[in-house]
Design a protein around this ligand. Structure first.
Ligand SMILES: [Zn+2]
Length: 374
């Protein structure tokens, strides 16, 4: 074989070798602000998961709901941005692939041209084989043939130059395709991660919404059942702690201590249109409950919604009420000092988690215990 077909064969190997580069290189992971933000978000979601919805305060539930709302919004926006970036990157890749295809076609075209020329050049001298080189005609023919060969050789050099340039173009474009492809893969990975984050955030949000709804139903049931028992309580209080006119009401406006050590899970006030007549203090079952103020125990028993309940007549129109006890620690008619043990925290009556429902009533009418707690 002549030199040129070997060059051509080498050219094909180069082209085939370059095609092998179409398989993209894997891109490495990088630490960036987006990763940090994702970590913060993951931490937030984790905290929301760890939030015990039975003992969480309403404020904590609200705060977690807001945090997860923000989380979902941010994740959705970032997922959109990532999708757009991935689409742009894909377009970039396709453009680069088209350019490579065009150059490949050009290289193949030139290669075919060179093959054709090489074959004809190889064949041309053979046409005169066997002729007498000493003859005048032959001399003229040889000179003509030499000129032809020189011309063809010059054209082939040009073609080889062009082929070399085309191969360089192809290599540069191949590199661009590789880079575009790596970018697309990296963006795709980021998009998938953000979508996963969004999904997690949405799941946490749904869980929290369900927990909040359950809390609402629990609170409403407690309030409703306690409201039904209100007439009975008023009867007890009026009978055993009758309202007095002109008493030392000023002395009753302050001076209570918290009836237990725990977490305030529900404040006194209106919930979904109904009054929650006390403050709920959550603590583990068996936690001591203390008399908020000195007085006389006027009721030890069960009431609908309240469960095991103790009522103390603290004088000056004030009665204090302690509900959901697991066990009593006092008896009807007992004189108790402030801070004296009167029972233990439990879940009797309508109580999802262990807590004491603490009420302060003035003349039998509930008021916010925080007024007495100071
Ligand atoms: Zn309550």
């Amino acid at each position: 074989m002549s030199v040129r077909p070997r060059l051509l064969a080498t050219g094909f190997v180069v082209v085939l070798g370059l095609l092998g580069y179409l398989v993209p290189a894997a891109s490495g992971a990088t630490a960036d602000p987006q990763a940090e933000r994702a970590a913060v978000r993951a931490k937030k979601a984790q905290l929301a998961r760890q939030l015990d919805t039975l003992t969480a305060t309403e404020a904590q539930l609200d705060e977690a709901a807001v945090a997860l709302d923000d989380d979902v919004k941010a994740a959705a926006a970032q997922a959109d941005a990532a999708r757009q970036a991935a689409a742009a990157s894909q377009a970039e890749l396709e453009q680069a692939q088209q350019a490579v295809a065009a150059t490949e076609a050009r290289v193949l075209e030139m290669t075919h041209l060179l093959v054709g020329r090489a074959v004809s050049q190889y064949m041309a001298p053979r046409a005169g084989a066997g002729g007498d080189l000493n003859g005048t005609d032959d001399l003229a023919e040889n000179a003509r043939r030499q000129t032809l060969i020189d011309t063809v050789a010059a054209k082939d050099r040009d073609l080889l130059d062009q082929l070399g340039a085309a191969r360089e173009d192809l290599m540069a474009q191949q590199k661009a395709v590789e880079e575009a492809n790596a970018k697309t893969l990296s963006r795709k990975k980021q998009t998938e991660q953000r979508l996963a984050d969004l999904k997690t955030a949405q799941q946490e949000k749904a869980k929290l919404a369900a927990a909040t709804e359950k809390r609402k139903q629990d609170v409403l049931k407690e309030i409703d059942d306690q409201s039904k028992a209100d007439a009975a309580l008023t009867k007890i209080i009026n009978a055993k702690a009758p309202s007095t006119v002109g008493g030392d009401s000023a002395a009753t406006s302050t001076g209570c201590i918290w009836p237990a050590k725990g977490t305030v899970t529900s404040e006194y006030g209106t919930r979904w249109g109904r009054l929650h007549a006390g403050i709920d203090v959550a603590a583990p079952t068996g936690t001591p409950i203390w008399a908020a103020k000195a007085g006389t125990v006027i009721f030890v028993g069960q009431e609908s919604g309240y469960g095991n309940t103790v009522i103390i007549n603290n004088g000056g129109n004030l009665t204090t009420l302690y509900a959901h006890m697991s066990r009593f620690g006092t008896s009807d008619g007992a004189q108790v000092k402030q801070g004296q043990l009167i029972g233990y925290i439990g879940t009797t009556g309508d109580a999802t988690g262990p807590h004491v429902h603490f009420e302060t009533r003035y003349g039998g009418v509930p008021r916010n215990p925080r007024g007495c707690l100071g």
